[in-house]
Design a protein around this ligand. Sequence first.
Ligand code: SR1
Ligand code: MG
Length: 418
Amino acid sequence: NSVYEALTPQTLGERLGKLDVLTEYLGTDISTWSVKEVGDGNLNLVFIVESASGSVIVKQALPYVRLVGDSWPLPLSRAFFEYHALKRQALRDPGSVPEIYHFDEEQALIIMEFLTPHIILRHDLMSATRHETLAEVLGNFVARTLFRGSDLSMNAAERKQDVALFAGNDKLCDITENLIFNDPYFDAEMNRHTTPHLDGVVSELRADMDLKVEVQHLKSIFCANAETMLHGDLHTGSVMVTPSDVKVIDPEFALYGPMGFDVGMLLANFYMAYFAQPGHIADAEGCTDYQAWILQVCEDIWQHFVSEFSHLWRTERTGILYPASLYEDQGHHLASEQALTQMLSKIWQDMLGFCGVEMHRRILGLAHIAELDTIEDETLRAQCETKALLFGRHLIKNRHALGAPADLSRLALVMEKE
Ligand code: SR1
Ligand code: MG
């Protein structure tokens, strides 16, 4: 009920200092609060607010794309969708996302748990840090949120209303539709690649008509299949970790879309970290070792996803799709298992395609990733990026032929050696 105004570290205490939820965590004396703006993403303001008694995160949407500036307006309503997505994810996979303390729709702000001592997974992947539970937590997160947000599980009427609600996040979808599925494949205005060494491979990709047709098929799958509520931007900058904890953050791109999208985007970011390693680890043996760990994580994420999704299929099918009663009545368990296998195979094939396009857009489009961009040696960076681009193309064009996660690891090893 107050007109939107972006917060600053100087105004935050005064503007939010009377909120019970904040005084509960931080105490009532705002002069003792320390406020730091730490947002390093492409879109929002993020403040860490701390006092002797506690700490919180205040995340506020800006009315424009932070990365570009106010020439690119973006609706504040993305905070509303992020809030609703976090609520649903917390129910579908308890403990996987930060706890929300407060949401203010007019101010487009969410006050939530400050995850500490967590750091962004992307940074750990640049410093060769390993995490025991990473694959299991992420595989389970995607399985649970995808399954429980679909017609395999939800009440049909509630799901239809939810699809209609999230359709309002169209401007954020529009970013994905254009930045991921269009821009990398032509000379779009906002594209940038960081070295002319890539010009040759970029021309090759843009001249590859079969690739472009496949990418448009993938875009069509993305746009026309409101199967489940997706995180929508599940890269390794949307995951926070400690040695013993993993949390997923930042679902402002949430939408109803195809099952394979989140997993594809997630694995793409691990494969890019894989190809980027020679730019971060000088010692060849250490580099190969860590790369092997990344490939194992990718295989394990998929295996955990399949295993948890299958478990939910067998124990939690309460929605309108493939109702358990239809099969059980006739003792047709095998038919139910066959339907599951076919669904997983479809998700796998879509996933491979989405993985490939995410790899392309992070190297050729507007929004890049630190693993590649921070490689100082331009020739080395171009080598890493070229391998990632070609790997992505192979996935997109051969997604109906690649059969198992181990095939992807073998392919990555072959490309890395070239
Ligand atoms: C204009 S926004 C660019 C990218 O940043 C976000 O994190 C999403 O990945 C989006 O595609
Ligand atoms: Mg984000």
